[in-house]
Design a protein around this ligand. Sequence first.
Ligand code: AMP
Ligand code: ZN
Length: 114
Amino acid sequence: MDDCLFCKIANKKIPAKIEYEDEEILGFHDIDPQAPVHLIFIPKKHIVSLDQVQISDTNLIGKLLFQMAETARKLKISEAGYRVVNNIGTDGGQTVFHIHFHLLAGRKLKWPPG
Ligand code: AMP
Ligand code: ZN
């Protein structure tokens, strides 16, 4: 997708501070962090949101979630805990329409979210 911000990051047309990368998945630091650790994980494949995930994508999304947990262990935030967030659509708070999962950590997070 030519005009998709996260496709541009996946294709290295826009820089990001990368924390995890493999052939299919990218994890990078959010430009406007909401916690001491705030990473964004995306599949390199353009999928608009969880609402658009097909059964053939489930292996990819499962691997992405596993790599988020692996990264949390690598950064030594697993024991204290962290939060994974996926916003879907306008009411869900989604502003970038390429599926992504936030990893937030490093402070006590409030619940429920606003
Ligand atoms: P969402 O509101 O769930 O769609 O999340 C989009 C996230 O992308 C926000 O937390 C933004 O701060 C983040 N973001 C926007 N532009 C960039 C960028 N160029 N690099 C890294 N993160 C970004
Ligand atoms: Zn995209």
